[in-house]
Design a protein around this ligand. Structure first.
Ligand code: NMX
Ligand code: MLT
Length: 471
């Protein structure tokens, strides 16, 4: 972390230097950007040996240091609080929320390059940050945008594979099918078949990861256009960045929707390693499955209603509130509706979290976006009322560890406002974004030579015997 904080600070300084023409001679050398400065692969290649050494040192010096005790509750409770994974790209604090390579979301909004002054961060910039630990310059981000566009062409068989499914199939099923169909192009699989040396694994993994990140928006957009817009595909616009292009291919060309998509893709990308999708991707990749196989597995986890599908569930639930009580529902009516949901044995979607214990900063930045761009939208106002009404009720239940809203409580009303009203599609957007986080870590998994993941499991009988013996 110290390493990354100092490189990020240096990088921030460099950013400023590159952007300011009138600087003293002593720092002018920083202004010279070589072609390898602009090339993400070269940057990564430079960083890998020192990080490999760092990991070796941690192993040899601290290998036997304990990180906590495992209790029976932890084993039975979904491994909450059990530290068991190495994940370099981000770290989640229960109170503060996510930090990408040490930077909070508001910090990312300040320092990552944007499409326009003061605008939302470009997701390519976040990808650069996750992979290198450095804040990129605008030139580096533009170069990466260009590289991603050059990798974004979708082979025809991918569309055909999706077309083989009924158009009514869930969008996540269609999206994952598209990702699986992309797998035939895997450079890692081909290199492995040819007997690549393990020290080189990261290189074809990098190739696959960048291509996958480049291609998922077009696959996702196709699913959307197929399901809701008569299958008319919209080609990529070479003048646009990653987030802008995604909005464009979906069929939304308004500048605010493009800004929303940049923010959306940035904030959903990574949430340390233990969440279901990231953990699944990491687990599957640990068997040396290539990035396509690993990411498709991750998507299947994201498609669960307690995880990514919650964004769909939130908007459907909000719409059911409106259908039953109207848009101008009072807080008392809303309380009754929340209790009705709970009493029917369902969760209130968009609230609670496995790690967070305060309002999710991803919720807060979407709320700020709404306050800036759609303050009078009735559904945004309903979401704001829920922020007042739901936490006290969940607290009253007495068992909910975090009564506050998470990322999914807010995203739907923003998308709905700009015309992307089809809630069943929302988890696909989450999936496109998560490719950035999962693939970034996967490249580091390979670079660091992380091993096959294989935790120990036990039976109830084993637990009973063990606990009796140690009582
Ligand atoms: N509504 C009703 N009950 C809840 C809620 C909620 N929003 N959140 C937690 N609980 C219940 C939970 O079901 C459990 O009940 P029981 O003991 O009867 O099984 C109890 O409270 C204790 O759960 P926690 O320890 O607070 O939460 P846990 O870490 O197990 O689960 C979630 C975390 C996120 C799965 C849970 O809060 C939830 O189901 N939330 C609603 C779904 C949601 O918004 N998921 C999206 C999460 C973010 N993401 O994008 O992935
Ligand atoms: C995520 O973004 O993955 C969710 O907030 C769930 C989690 O972190 O467990």
């Amino acid at each position: 972390m110290v390493f990354y904080r100092s490189v990020s600070l240096l990088s921030k300084l460099r950013n400023r230097v590159v952007q300011q023409p009138s600087l003293s001679n002593s720092v002018r050398w920083l202004q010279i950007q070589t072609s390898s400065d602009l090339d993400l692969h070269s940057q990564l290649k430079e960083l890998i040996p020192e990080q490999q050494e760092r990991l070796k040192k941690i192993k040899s010096e601290y290998g036997k240091v304990q990180l906590g005790n495992i209790t029976v509750d932890m084993v039975l409770g979904g491994m909450r609080g059990m530290t068991g994974l190495l994940w370099e790209t981000s770290l989640l604090d229960p109170d503060e929320g996510i930090r990408f390579r040490g930077l909070s979301i508001p910090e990312c909004q300040k320092v990552l390059p944007a499409a326009k002054p003061g605008g939302e961060p470009l997701p390519e910039g976040l990808l650069w940050l996750l992979l290198t630990g450095k804040v990129p310059t605008k030139e580096q981000v533009d170069a990466l945008s260009k590289e991603l566009r050059s990798r974004a062409t979708i082979p025809d068989h991918v569309y055909k594979a999706i077309d083989a499914l009924p158009v009514t199939a869930h969008p996540m099923t269609q999206f994952t099918t598209g990702v699986m169909a992309l797998q035939v192009q895997s450079e890692f699989s081909k290199a492995y078949e040819k007997g690549i040396h393990k020290s080189k694994y990261w290189e074809p993994t990098y190739e696959d990861s960048l291509s996958l990140i480049a291609q998922v928006p077009a696959v996702a957009a196709y699913v959307y256009r197929r399901m809701y817009k008569n299958g008319e595909r919209i080609p990529m616009d070479d003048s646009l960045d990653y987030g802008g292009n995604f909005a464009h291919m979906l069929g939304f060309d308004g500048p605010e929707m493009q800004e929303l998509m940049r923010l959306y893709v940035t904030i959903h990308s990574d949430h340390e390693g233990g969440n279901v999708s990231a953990h699944t991707g990491h687990l599957v990749a640990s068997a040396l499955s290539d990035p396509y196989l690993s990411f498709a597995a991750a998507l299947n986890g994201l498609a669960g209603p307690l995880h990514g599908l919650a964004n769909q569930e939130v908007l459907l639930w909000i719409k059911s509130v409106v259908d039953e009580c109207g848009e101008n529902i009072t807080k008392d009516q809303l309380k009754d509706y929340v209790w009705k949901t709970l009493n029917s044995g369902k969760v209130v979607p968009g609230f609670g979290h496995g790690v967070l214990r305060k309002t999710d900063p991803r919720y807060m930045c979407q709320r700020e976006f709404a306050l800036k761009h759609l303050p009078n939208d009735p559904l945004f106002q309903l979401v704001s009322k829920l922020y007042d009404v739901v936490p006290p009720i969940l607290t009253e239940l007495g068992k909910v560890k975090n009564p506050w809203p998470n990322v999914d409580a807010h995203s739907g009303v923003l998308l709905n406002y700009y015309g992307l009203t089809e809630a069943r599609y929302y988890t696909v957007l989450f999936g496109v974004s998560r490719a950035i986080g999962i693939c970034s870590q996967l490249i580091w998994d390979r670079a660091l030579g992380l091993p096959l993941e294989r935790p120990k499991s036990v039976t109830m009988e084993w637990l009973e015997n063990h606990c009796k013996k140690s009582a």
